[in-house]
Design a protein around this ligand. Structure first.
Ligand code: NAD
Ligand code: USQ
Length: 397
């Protein structure tokens, strides 16, 4: 297959591009390198020393003998260029990672809220309209989020894979309808993913586009078999308060001896997946596209669910670093249950990497090895969901 990887310079996109190339697919990355620009804006760097995209691609050619193409293009602002690129490249499939993906960054300021909406909604819509207007028959796989379902539902009813069957009262009784699970976004970033879902439903129905939406949990880990082949292929590891995700942050904090930054009680339950399973799930999704005319196929791309405080206890017990309960900078339920269905990927052959297998390897090989690169001033989360919320820094200042 010829696969376009939109956002292929990022944390999930880069290892996916290498994995698919290694499996014999012809891969082209499309990215505007905005994530690298945001690092400069935030004055922070990946914990791991990521190399410029040109060097990454040269090294991959050196170690694998395989070529990955690269097009620098902004999906949100260069719609016409994208529409002419598709017939020129003739992809069989497109994987769409290219969005601003940090919830705290999306809540940081009014400009960052606007940027997140403008970038994500326009990028997704431009991809859909370019497929239609260029007459390109490529299956689209999009990286969505578990956060579209939200975490505020009471009780422990399982979260289905995208759709719910509900009974709707009629004058004569009731009828059954299949609907998208109600959306309950917890940040402007998550809001953009709920808007993406509606765009997918529309374009699948109106233009028979073949779309798969992967509702992915929090990704942890760093390396895959391919990114580990040369240090210059190393994957990104975000650790700062905006882009760092919770488990990787705890691993980095343990490596530098910083108390583990649990927000509030740590009763938030979230779904997780190792980056090695992310790349495998994407391959499975590419092999199993919906048919033209089908509604978008939704998979819950997760392997385990955990409470934040339990993860902190686990990392603390492995490393001896204490746990700190900080004021929560976000507006979110302090405690929630989470029971997620993920039957489809398991049935299609996913063999998950569990926390028990991967955690210590991550601590030693990545967090420990690169701890000298941590800027301690970037560890505590500063972006707040509403003006006036207390942060950890208010307590010490
Ligand atoms: P990332 O920020 O590391 O990568 C995103 C890439 O997209 C970057 O290289 C960026 O430069 C590029 N990009 C952004 N806007 C673009 C635009 N307008 N045009 C071209 N390129 C653009 O993010 P990630 O962690 O790799 O996440 C990838 C996708 O997976 C996102 O859509 C995210 O919402 C989703 N996801 C991530 C996680 C996670 O824990 N990292 C979990 C669930 C879902
Ligand atoms: N948290 C802490 N301490 C920290 C960091 C986070 O307690 O130092 C808590 C947060 O308050 C939250 C939970 O951990 O309750 C998860 O936070 P996160 O930053 O790890 O994850 P989130 O903001 O939800 O976003 C990440 C990715 C996003 C993806 C999402 C999947 O950045 O792209 O969509 O995970 S999900 O959470 O399933 O919606």
């Amino acid at each position: 297959m010829h696969v376009l990887i939109l956002g292929g310079d990022g944390f999930c996109g880069w290892p996916t591009a290498l994995h698919l190339s290694d499996r014999g697919h012809d891969v082209t990355i499309v990215d505007n390198l905005s994530r690298r620009a945001i690092d400069l804006e935030l004055e922070v760097e990946s914990l791991t020393p990521i190399r410029p995209i040109g060097e990454r691609l040269r090294v991959w050619r050196e170690v694998s003998g395989k070529e990955i193409g690269f097009v620098r293009l902004d999906l949100a602002t260069e719609a016409e260029r994208l529409t002419s690129l598709l017939p020129a490249l003739r992809p069989d499939a497109i994987v769409h990672f290219a969005e601003q993906r940090a919830a705290p960054y999306s809540m940081r300021s009014t400009p960052s809220k606007r940027y997140t909406i403008d970038n994500n909604v326009r990028a997704t819509h431009n991809v859909l309209s370019a497929l239609v207007h260029s007459g390109t028959d490529a299956a689209l796989v999009h990286l969505g989020t578990m956060g579209v379902y939200g975490y505020g539902w009471s009780g422990s009813a399982p979260i289905p894979e995208g759709y719910l069957t509900v009974k709707v009262p009629t004058p004569d009784g009731e009828v059954e309808r299949e609907i998208l699970h109600p959306a309950s976004p917890g940040s402007v970033y998550h809001l953009t993913k709920t808007l993406d879902q509606l765009m997918f439903a529309f374009y699948a129905a109106n233009d028979q586009l073949r779309i798969t939406d992967l509702h992915q949990g929090i990704v942890w880990g760093t390396q895959t078999a391919q990114t580990a082949r040369d240090e210059r292929l190393i994957n990104r590891f975000d650790y700062d308060g905006d882009y760092g995700t919770v488990l990787n942050r705890f691993l980095m904090q343990a490596a530098v001896g910083h108390p583990l930054t649990v927000h509030g009680s740590g009763g938030q339950t979230r779904a997780f997946i190792h980056v090695r399973d992310t790349v495998r799930c994407i391959e499975i999704a590419l092999e199993n596209p919906p048919a033209a005319g089908d509604k978008p196929k939704v998979f819950n791309q997760i392997t385990e669910s955990h409470r934040v405080r339990d993860l902190a206890k686990l990392v603390s017990s492995l490393t001896g670093v204490p746990v700190a309960h900080l004021p929560n900078p976000r507006r979110e339920a302090d405690e929630n249950e989470l029971n997620v269905r993920n039957d489809q990927f398991l049935a299609l052959g996913l063999n998950p990497t569990t926390l028990d297998e991967g955690l210590m390897e991550e601590c030693r090989e990545i967090a420990g090895r690169y701890r000298h690169r941590v800027d301690p001033s970037k560890i505590v989360a500063r972006s707040v969901w509403r003006a006036g919320m207390t942060t950890a820094e208010d307590l010490v200042s």
